[in-house]
Design a protein around this ligand. Structure first.
Ligand code: DAK
Length: 258
C-alpha cells in the first residue's frame, strides 16, 4: 500500500500525501512513496503539479519523530539525505509545483511546501519549524529555503523560537501567496495549475530555471543566465505559435512543448 497517491488530471497532476493516521508525517516509506509518485508524472504532457495532504487537519506534520527517535548519527544523516534528494528533485522539476497546504505544515512538512515553487493554504493552516524543541536542526532544507523565502530575520525567529505561525501570519511574511477556505483550497490550486498549463511549457520551464538559479548568482551572471534562457525559447514551435497567435489576433494557442 502506498502512502502517496498521484492523480493525472490531463494538463496537471495532483500528488496527495496520504497517511492521515500520523497526520501525513514523513517516514522512510512515505519518502519512498513520494519519490515513486514523482516517477509517475509524465513530464512530456503534465504541465504543472499540485502537492497536498489527505484529510482536513494536516498537510504534513513533519518528519516521523517516532522513526527518527532511534536513529544513529549515520542513519540520521542518511535520512536527511533521502528527504533532501527528493525535495531538491521537486524544486528542480521542469514543471511548476504548487503546495496546497491544508493544515499542519510543520518541520519536514513546512520544508516540503518550501521545495514547491509557491504555496497557497487553507485558513486553518499552521506553519512552523519546531526542530530545536526536539533537539535537532531542520534537516530537509528548512534553514536554507525559509531564509530565502521570508528573509533571514523572520526565518531565524521562527527556527530559534520553534513557534508555529497561523495562515494570516504566513501570508503577511510572504511564506504563502494566498489563504482560502478549506473547501476552496484544491479548486483554487487546480485553477492556478490549469492557468499555468495554458502557457508555453518551454518558456515556463526556462522561467523556473531563471528564477531558481538566478537567485544564487550575482546580478551580472544572473542577467547572463536570463539572456541565455530567453535565447533558447527562439526557433521553438511554441515561440512561433505564441507570437503568430498575437499577430493573427487569435485567442486560442496550440502549445506543443516543442
Ligand atoms: N511524527 C510521528 N507521528 C506524528 C507526527 C510526527 N511528526 N505528528 C503527529 N503524529 C501522530 C501522533 O503521534 C498521533 O499518533 P498516535 O499517538 O495517535 O498513534 C497522530 O499523529 C495524531 O497526532 P496528535 O494526536 O498529536 O494530534 P493533535 O491534533 O493533538 O496534535 C500536532 C497535532 C501536529 C500539533 C502534534 O501531532 C504535533 O506536535 N506533532 C509533531 C509536530 C512536529 O514537531 N513536527 C516536526 C517534526 S521534526 C533531519 C531530517 C529531517 C528533519 C530534521 C533533521 N536530518 C536527518 C538532519 C525534520 C524534522 C521534523 O520534521
Amino acid at each position: 500500500m502506498s502512502f502517496v497517491t498521484y492523480e493525472n488530471k490531463g494538463a496537471y497532476g495532483i500528488i496527495t500525501m496520504n497517511r492521515p493516521q500520523a497526520l501525513n508525517a514523513l517516514d522512510s516509506q512515505v519518502l519512498d512513496d513520494l519519490s515513486a509518485a514523482l516517477d509517475e508524472v509524465d513530464l512530456n504532457t503534465v504541465r504543472a503539479l499540485i502537492i497536498t495532504g489527505a484529510g482536513e487537519k494536516s498537510f504534513v506534520a513533519g518528519a516521523d519523530i517516532k522513526e527518527m527517535a532511534g536513529l544513529t548519527k549515520a542513519e540520521g544523516t542518511a535520512f536527511g539525505k533521502k528527504g533532501n534528494d527528493i525535495f531538491r528533485r521537486i524544486e528542480t522539476l521542469p514543471i511548476p509545483v504548487i503546495a496546497a497546504v491544508n493544515g499542519f505544515a510543520l518541520g519536514g512538512g513546512c520544508e516540503l511546501s518550501m521545495s514547491c515553487d509557491f504555496r497557497i493554504c487553507s485558513d486553518n493552516a499552521v506553519f512552523g519549524q519546531p526542530e530545536v524543541g526536539l533537539g535537532i536542526t531542520p534537516g530537509f532544507g528548512g534553514t536554507q529555503r525559509l531564509a530565502r523565502i521570508v528573509g533571514p530575520g523572520y526565518a531565524k525567529q521562527m527556527i530559534y523560537t520553534a513557534r508555529n505561525i497561523k495562515a494570516d501570519e504566513a501570508l503577511r511574511i510572504g511564506l504563502v501567496n494566498q489563504v482560502v477556505s478549506q473547501a476552496d483550497l484544491l479548486p483554487t490550486a487546480e485553477k492556478l495549475a490549469a492557468g499555468i498549463a495554458k502557457n508555453a511549457p518551454i518558456a515556463v520551464r526556462m522561467c523556473k530555471k531563471a528564477v531558481n538559479e538566478g537567485l544564487d548568482l550575482d546580478m551580472d551572471q544572473a542577467i547572463e543566465l536570463e539572456e541565455k534562457l530567453f535565447g533558447e525559447c527562439f526557433e521553438t514551435h511554441d515561440q512561433k505559435e505564441g507570437m503568430n497567435a498575437f499577430m493573427e489576433k487569435r485567442k486560442e494557442k496550440n502549445f506543443t512543448n516543442n
